[in-house]
Design a protein around this ligand. Structure first.
Ligand SMILES: C[S@@+](CC[C@H](N)C(=O)[O-])C[C@H]1O[C@@H](n2cnc3c(N)ncnc32)[C@H](O)[C@@H]1O
Length: 268
C-alpha cells in the first residue's frame, strides 16, 4: 500500500484529540511525525484516510484503540541515570540528611520504560538498604509500562549504569538472553508501576519525599503545565524536592516552590 497523506484538517483533528486525552501540544511541525506513527494503524484496519481512523477512534466503540493511539503519539525516549546531577543531589543532599528507619518515597511521574525509576531505586537501595522505602512510577502509555515492569533491557541501552550498580542490582543475560540485562527481582519489587494520566485527576498515590517530573512538561502548553503541577504539589511533603528536566523550568508555572539548584525545587 502506498503512503497515505494527512491533510491539515486531519492533522488538526489529531492535534485536538491528543491535547484532550493527554494534555500534549503538537505543533504543526509534528505533522510528519503524527502521520508516520499512525500510518500502520490505518493499514492494520485497511483504512484509506486519517479521517476514517479519527472516526474509528472517536466513535466511542474502541477505547483500546484510543490507548494504542496515545502510546504511538507519546515520545518515550529515556535512559538510565539521565541528567546525573539529579542523582548526585539525591545522594549527597537529600539522602545524606534522611533519618534512618523513616519511610522514604519517590515518585517518577512520567517514567517511560522504567530506566528513571530503576535508577532512583538503585540510589535508594545503596543508602536505605532494607529500610522502608519505595518508588512509585507512573506513565500514560501502557506499552512502556509493560516494558518497565519486565525490567529487561538491551545492554546497549544501559551504559549509564555504573559497574557497582551493575554488579549489585542487575543480571547479565546468558545464552538466549545474551546482550540483555535484567534488573534483579528484589529491586524490581521496590518499584510500583501504575497507569496514570497527569492531565486528569490522579489516583491515590500517597505522599512523597521527592517527585521527578522530567522531560514531559516540554510536551505541555503553559495552561496544562500549571494544572499538572498544581495537581501534583499536594502529594509532595513539606520540605520535599521536585525535579524537572534541565531543559524545563517552573518559571511562570508555580510560585510556591523554592529553586535550590538547576532543575531542582523544594516545597517550603
Ligand atoms: C520523554 S519521556 C521522559 C521519561 C523520563 N522522565 C526521562 O526524563 O527520561 C516522556 C514520558 O511522558 C509520558 N507522558 C506524556 N504525556 C503524559 C501524561 N499526560 N501523563 C502521564 N505521562 C505522560 C510519555 O508516555 C513518556 O513516557
Amino acid at each position: 500500500m502506498s503512503t497515505i497523506i494527512i491533510s491539515d484538517q486531519e492533522f488538526s483533528q489529531f492535534q485536538g484529540l491528543i491535547h484532550q486525552l493527554a494534555g500534549i501540544h503538537l505543533s504543526p511541525a509534528k505533522k510528519a511525525l503524527v502521520s508516520g506513527r499512525l500510518e500502520k494503524r490505518l493499514k492494520q484496519y485497511r483504512l484509506g484516510s486519517y479521517a476514517e481512523y479519527f472516526k474509528l477512534l472517536t466513535g466511542g466503540h474502541n477505547t483500546d484503540e484510543l490507548q494504542v493511539a496515545v502510546d504511538l503519539l507519546t515520545t518515550n525516549e529515556t535512559y538510565f541515570f539521565r541528567e546525573p546531577k539529579h542523582f548526585d543531589f539525591l545522594r549527597t543532599k537529600i539522602l545524606a540528611g534522611h533519618k534512618p528507619g523513616r519511610s522514604f518515597r519517590v515518585w517518577s511521574a512520567a517514567c517511560s520504560s522504567g530506566e528513571e525509576p530503576y535508577s532512583i531505586a538503585m540510589v535508594l537501595a545503596d543508602h536505605l538498604g532494607e529500610g522502608p522505602w519505595e518508588v512509585m512510577a507512573t506513565d500514560i502509555s501502557t506499552r512502556v509500562l509493560e516494558k518497565a515492569r519486565a525490567g529487561h533491557y538491551s545492554l546497549e541501552r544501559t551504559s549509564g549504569i555504573s559497574k557497582e550498580h551493575l554488579t549489585r542490582y542487575c543480571l547479565k543475560g546468558v545464552g538466549a538472553q545474551e546482550g540483555t540485562l535484567l534488573v534483579e527481582r528484589k529491586l524490581r519489587g521496590r518499584v510500583n508501576f501504575i497507569h496514570a494520566n497527569l492531565s486528569k485527576p490522579l489516583p491515590a498515590l500517597g505522599e512523597f519525599d521527592v517527585i521527578f517530573l522530567r522531560n514531559v512538561m516540554i510536551y505541555f502548553d503553559m495552561a496544562t503545565k500549571r494544572q499538572v503541577v498544581q495537581r501534583m504539589l499536594p502529594l509532595l511533603k513539606s520540605g520535599g524536592h521536585f525535579m524537572v528536566g534541565h531543559s524545563e523550568s517552573l518559571n511562570g508555572v508555580v510560585d510556591t516552590l523554592q529553586a535550590v539548584s538547576p532543575a531542582i525545587y523544594r516545597k517550603p
